[in-house]
Write a protein that binds this ligand. Sequence first.
Ligand code: ADP
Ligand code: MG
Length: 478
Amino acid sequence: MLVPALNPKGVAEAIAYAATHGIVVAQNGTSLQGSALSHAPMTYRPSPMPAACYHEARRITPLINGMVARIASDRAYLRSVLAETAAADAGFTGRLLALLADAPREPAVELTICRYDYFVHEEGGEKSLRMVEMNCIAASFACLGSKTSDMHRYLATHPVSRTDFDLASMPVNDAMGGLASGIAAAHEQYVKRFVKGAQARVVALMIVQPGERNAYDQDLLRMTLWEKHTVEMIRMSMAEVDEFASLDEDGGLRVLSPYFGSESIAVSVIYFRAGYAPDDYPSECQWNARALMEKSNAAKCPSIAMQLVGTKKIQQHLDLEGEVERFVDSKADADAIRATFARQYSLSSADNGEKTASMAVQRPDEFVLKPQREGGGNNLYSQDLKKALETMSSEERSAFVLMERIRPVVERNVIIRAGKVSEMDVVSEFGVYGVHVRASGQDLINGMGGTLLRSKSASQDDGGVAAGVAVLDSPRLV
Ligand code: ADP
Ligand code: MG
């Protein structure tokens, strides 16, 4: 299909669309009062994606939601699979694992918002999905991603930017509404169970990093919650939780902060957009806040257990024979999930880690070395991978997993970053949000909550949108 030559008017239209529809990020942490915004980095056109892969990724989302929920409820499993990793990464994975004991045994209301990320890979002329990772905490960009889909549909029809792309091949994407509906449903269940008295002010709480540049993606979600569901959501950092929150006698989390009025307010849902990295815990006060929240009866998105399910170690372990099958009853469902897996390997000495490491040192371009970290920019590739594996002690090595390197399909696209345009070869990572709400052990929602496509230069190894490498995109189904 013809991609028309770049027209400066079309690019200006894209930037104007982004600015007027909230596809924006703060330029730095101190510009949050609106003094320095820029449009989020984005592609000018949607990138092509095989329709079959798109539909399959969506179809299996509730199956993966079910699997991760069952893993999260199996604390003994988490403890045993993560024991060695937790010892090697004591300051982070170890501390999270230690908090597992604090959670209520049978949570009344559970809310999970994950994002399952895939590359499309091609083998023998056939294109299929390869899972990059499961994000079980702070999966971001649902709102800016939804709006990028809208923007691409707008540009496809507007005279200054028109293409001959069929609009029907550019799916409408309401990840923003999907996430808001999940949070609102969990909120409603909480209120039903725990709130007495019609006058009480009950809010959902978003835990954020101080100075977050991606605050507008968060604000869009907060505002959608109010506009569509009349649920108030407030933002607080973990340090503020430590300062202003406490538990009442029933285990309810209460906030008494001058920023939110003079009355104490009740918290129904705690939605984490921070807490996934060691940097989010610069002192004990953040760990205290995390422990307090975990103990509370609010719906935690995620619980400590669910955050641990998202560790690279658990994902590597699931690739072993029989592991997915422990948590997925139907063989067909387990096979469908497994069909997306790339090979992963333990680097523990107990699992022959020396041999695996030397295999990777021989062929460093065929693997990715992953630590127990989130947020992009942490993995090691090629010569860095080789050097790291050659110099690490066996204990240090067990904090990492090794993954087969996926070689995603390369496409051509135009990227607009801070107003500057560049055409390049890109690879795209397709994410599907899973939304899962349970109350008293019963599923209320188990669904696909929308999608996200992010693209980056084909020459870049790693990194997401927040890490400054990838840009927002949307799929055009082919
Ligand atoms: P993070 O939690 O930091 O996002 P990811 O597993 O998603 O960790 O890795 C970050 C990035 O590294 C991905 O967005 C992708 O671009 C690249 N990456 C991760 N795993 C692979 C892989 N197996 N093959 C190729 N690239 C990968
Ligand atoms: Mg990732």
